[in-house]
Design a protein around this ligand. Structure first.
Ligand code: G6P
Length: 545
């Protein structure tokens, strides 16, 4: 294992380097180097990653690359790709990269080649997706399935819903897709209000098939279906209206879903890395097996890029190292992701689980509390909406908020001049953030002297611009994989297990304790703190008898 982060020579060199780098202004860096805007950019398969508006010099990048080397990024990356159990707290391999490996690849987990298993499931998903798309699969009453409802949460929801939104342009429009995740009954009720049970198929997606939210929604869905079909005492309609995606065949059968209608995956696929496993079944039904294949192709292209490109030209590695630079040296606590494409409206929400469940950790691989900052808060909104809300704070607030701008050379909806206006805003925002407006410039505009301080833009706000040709299943796969491997790079530098999520457990366990305390008819003996006890008392008093 590499040395603790603060002891790595490159980390110490970066600490010293930061003291001078923090005072450099992007205005001066660009003025001193006419080539900066083209030199600090990487192109890969049509992706154009411009990081020249980041607060870095050549030396910063050299040192960050050294840091990656001293953190053994090479070795850890090889360990991940080769199926070693790098998720040490759960003793599991981490092989989402195998989900998009070509059919002729060989990747073994504990001596077993998993690629044929992956393709066997993909083929079954493909056959099923085609039956739904063509109308061949009919419901219990013989009617064609028109509505697909994915029930899942976390990794079993965010990927499917984000991908559905992102790829709507490519989806079969006579099918309706809905995504139910929240245990709040409102989610189920509102999403099914206008659906005809005879034409509705539920995809119950859960790696464990024990998640409270998903099992509650699935049970409600089963009652809704049976009631809607007037079949309360007969479970047989379930066979035609429910399929499952899970690693847990036993629980699937227990719920009453025929395991012939189950699509499996494996414990080496983390929930937040699972959208290209069978968890992507709704995506495949929407865009078809070919479209799904293209999505996987995009993921795979970035896997290969991440695995083989030298670090200086390695987009996800650079993205990850830049995040480390801002988190650990500038004290930046957040990272904004600003996609300028309406189809990517759920992309920031998707990234929140991917990034924050992966690197929201404070204990390093050796079990010690870290003494440096780890994963930042990821957040964002599609442009240009964010500009009219929170960008004020990025431009003139006191926080350093590194931002990823994502734009497209071509739009899928070329109406009027919209795309020129949209893209002009990408470029204008990154320019304004980097260069700002000086007091002298403000004065020159004839602004009253008393207002000058309010109208000054300090600038020097860091951003990257990632330009993509157009939004396709392939480029969507690329985009997601870039962030997956950026997160991996960060986790390696921070010596984290980026693949467990113990932090979500405590709340789940406590909720199980509280549920009977809310429901029991006899007044329960409460042993919580005085705040929790009072909240429970008040809820019980308000609860309908
Ligand atoms: O797919 P499931 O087993 O239902 O899990 C759904 C989600 O819940 C858990 O609490 C984890 O925090 C997530 O990583 C996971 O994606």
């Amino acid at each position: 294992m590499s040395q603790p982060l603060p002891q790595r020579p490159s980390y110490q060199a970066l600490s010293a380097h930061y003291l001078s780098a923090k005072d450099l202004h992007l205005r001066d860096l660009f003025a001193a180097d006419a080539e900066r805007g083209t030199r600090l950019a990487v192109e890969f398969e049509g992706l154009y990653f411009d990081y020249s508006k980041q607060r870095v010099t050549e030396e910063t990048i050299d040192l960050l690359i050294k840091l990656a080397e001293e953190s053994d990024l090479d070795g850890r990356r090889a360990a991940m790709f080769s199926g070693e159990h790098i998720n040490i707290t759960e003793d599991r391999a981490v092989l989402h990269t195998a989900l998009r490996a070509p059919r002729d690849a060989h990747i073994s987990v504990d001596g077993h080649d998993v690629v044929p298993d992956v393709h066997e499931v993909l083929d079954r998903m493909g056959a099923f997706a085609e039956r739904i798309r063509s109308g061949e699969w009919t419901g219990h009453t013989g009617r064609r399935i028109r509505n697909l409802v994915n029930i899942g949460i976390g990794g079993s929801d965010l990927g499917p819903v984000m991908a559905y939104e992102a790829l709507k342009h490519y989806s079969q429009r006579d099918l309706t897709f809905r995504f139910v995740s929240n245990v709040d009954g409102t989610d189920f009720v509102e999403k099914t209000l206008d659906l005809d049970p005879a034409e509705t198929l539920f995809i119950v997606s859960s790696k464990t098939f024990t998640t409270l939210e998903t099992m509650t929604n699935a049970t409600t869905a089963r009652s809704w279906l049976l009631a809607g079909l007037g079949s309360e005492s007969d479970n047989s309609p379930v066979a035609k209206h429910f399929v499952a995606v899970s690693t847990n065949a036993e629980k699937v059968a227990e719920f009453g879903i025929d395991t012939a209608n189950m699509f499996g995956f494996w414990d080496w696929v983390g929930g937040r890395y699972s959208m290209d496993s069978a968890i992507g079944l709704s995506t495949m039904i929407a865009v078809g097996p070919d479209g799904f294949g293209q999505l996987l192709g995009g993921f795979h292209s970035i896997d290969e890029h991440f695995r083989t490109a030298p670090l200086r030209e390695n987009i996800p590695a650079l993205m990850g190292l830049l995040t480390v630079w801002y988190s650990d040296f500038f004290g930046a606590q957040t990272q904004a992701v600003l996609p300028y494409d309406q189809y990517l409206n759920r992309f920031p929400a998707y990234l929140q689980q991917l990034t924050m469940e992966s690197n929201g950790k404070s204990v390093s691989l050796d079990g010690a509390r870290v003494d440096y900052a780890t994963g930042p808060v990821y957040w964002g909104e599609p442009g240009t909406n964010g500009q009219h809300s929170f960008y004020q704070l990025i431009h003139q607030g006191t926080l350093t908020i590194p931002a990823d701008f994502i734009g497209f050379w071509h739009t899928l909806n070329p109406v009027g001049e919209h795309h020129d206006y949209l893209t002009a805003n990408v470029f204008a925002q990154t320019e304004a953030l980097a260069f700002g407006k000086t007091a002298a410039e403000v004065l020159k505009e004839g602004v009253d002297e008393s207002l000058v301080p309010f109208k000054v833009f300090e600038g020097n706000h860091p951003s990257s611009t990632l330009m993509v040709d157009s939004l396709t299943p392939y480029t969507l796969g690329q985009l997601i994989a870039l962030y997956e491997h950026s997160v991996f790079t960060q986790g390696v530098v921070w010596s984290l297990d980026s693949f467990d999520q113990w932090g979500v457990e405590l709340g789940k366990v406590l909720a199980q304790r509280v549920i009977p305390e809310l429901q029991d008819t006899a007044e329960p003996q409460l042993h919580h703190d005085s705040s929790t006890n009072e909240l429970i008392h008040r809820y019980r008093a308000a609860r309908p008898a």
